[in-house]
Design a protein around this ligand. Structure first.
Ligand code: SF4
Length: 380
């Protein structure tokens, strides 16, 4: 199994918290598709070291940026180039990220005709004052309307994103947001705690004393409300920030966590295969203007990196990570396991992790909020 991520690095405006690779400049949009097609052709043999059956691309994820500001004919051109170059599974999970203000009946219909079968929409909040403060371009009603248009167009696998943990948001607001999303009943919900990324307006506001994040206690309270409400509504939490109705987990994101090979196309996109990680330059103008081959960096993972990565990715999921997988993941893994076992046993007695009878290490859902700290402690 293999996956492809396609990065569309354009937005109509910048949100206050955003550290993603994107630009509001319109000048580069014309150059993007020719550059992308060049990259697709240069990367045609990316999966060639895999067994033939593993070369089949089973997930395609178009993210950004804001893919939905790209005229659908251009997106179609990019997708056709991918289809012509790689072996694509018939049952592919094909996701496109959209912003609510771009959704019209025509656009939703064009996505359906292109074969898109999953849409991920950044709602972030159903309170207009929050959206305005975040500098989002939509309001709450636009998000609800967009959701209904997508449903009417026939999408039966929709993911909505929410953000919590910023000072403007009260516990009551968060509960209201969760009630609204539950009522809409999307198949998948991602909920992220607001963070401060470098070089964002939020970081500048924090430095000038205009903004500070709420206490971890307050954010943890919101996280626990999130878990309780979504569980009561029938959603399964399958990862720290991700919830779904049974059977609707994101296959694309799950393949990152399972370390399935994937190819990233577009500026800033990352790729992974075997022991190698690569990343394209995130300088969008440079990427659009020059030959792609010269604009990629990479690293070969050390045995420690591989071990830590399997541990981290697995422990962020509800399925956890198997001790056998860790034991067999590389030449020095039995050495790393002997370092890990005493730490696991201490953490198990503190209730920070669970060791299951079938040999899995898991973080209990009640400790997911502090999973980053737990995982850091376990690194070799
Ligand atoms: S729409 Fe998404 S990618 Fe664009 S600025 Fe906002 S958060 Fe960032």
């Amino acid at each position: 199994m293999a996956g492809i991520y396609l990065h569309v690095p354009f937005c109509n405006s910048r949100c206050i918290y955003c550290g993603f690779c994107s630009t509001v400049s319109k000048g580069l949009r014309q150059k993007y598709i020719p550059a992308l097609k060049r990259e697709i052709s240069e990367r045609g043999d990316f999966f060639s070291s895999l067994y033939e059956s593993d070369r089949i691309v089973k997930t395609l994820y178009v993210g950004g940026g804001t893919p939905s500001i790209l005229p659908h004919e251009l997106l179609k051109e990019a997708v056709s180039a991918i289809r012509e170059t790689f072996t694509i599974a018939e049952e592919i999970e094909f996701t496109v990220e959209v912003n609510p203000d771009d959704i019209t009946e025509d656009y939703a219909g064009s996505l359906r005709r292109m074969g898109v079968n999953r849409v991920s929409m950044g709602v972030q909040s159903f309170k207009d004052s929050h959206l305005k403060w975040m500098r989002r371009r939509h309001d709450s009603q636009t998000a609800v309307n967009a959701y209904r248009i997508l449903r009417k167009a026939g999408f039966d696998n929709i993911s909505l994103d929410l953000i919590f943990g910023f000072p403007l948001m009260t516990v009551r607001d968060w509960e209201d947001n969760l009630d609204t999303i539950i009522e809409l009943s999307p198949e998948h919900i991602s909920a992220y705690q607001m963070g401060i990324d470098p070089d964002t307006p939020l970081e500048r506001m924090e430095k000038s004393g205009e903004f500070s994040l709420p206490s971890q206690e307050d954010s943890e309270r919101m996280y626990k409300i999130l878990q309780a409400k979504l569980k009561a509504a029938g959603y399964v939490q399958y990862e720290v920030s991700n919830f779904c109705k049974p059977g609707y987990h994101s296959r694309h994101n799950s393949s990152y966590w399972n370390r399935t090979p994937y190819l990233g196309l577009g500026p800033g996109a990352h790729s992974f295969i075997g022991m190698a990680r690569e990343w394209n330059t995130s300088d969008i103008a440079t990427w659009c203007n020059l030959s792609i081959l010269t604009l990629r960096e990479g690293e070969t993972l050390s045995p420690e990196d591989v071990f830590n990565e399997i541990l981290m990715l697995g422990l962020r999921t509800a399925a956890g990570v198997s001790l056998d997988t860790l034991r067999n993941c590389g030449p020095q893994s039995s050495l790393f396991i002997s370092d890990l076992l005493p730490k696991l046993s201490a953490m198990e007695s503190n209730g920070l992790i669970t060791l299951t009878p079938d040999g899995k290490i898991k973080i209990p859902p009640g400790k997911f909020f502090i999973s980053d700290g737990i995982i850091r402690e376990l690194f070799v």
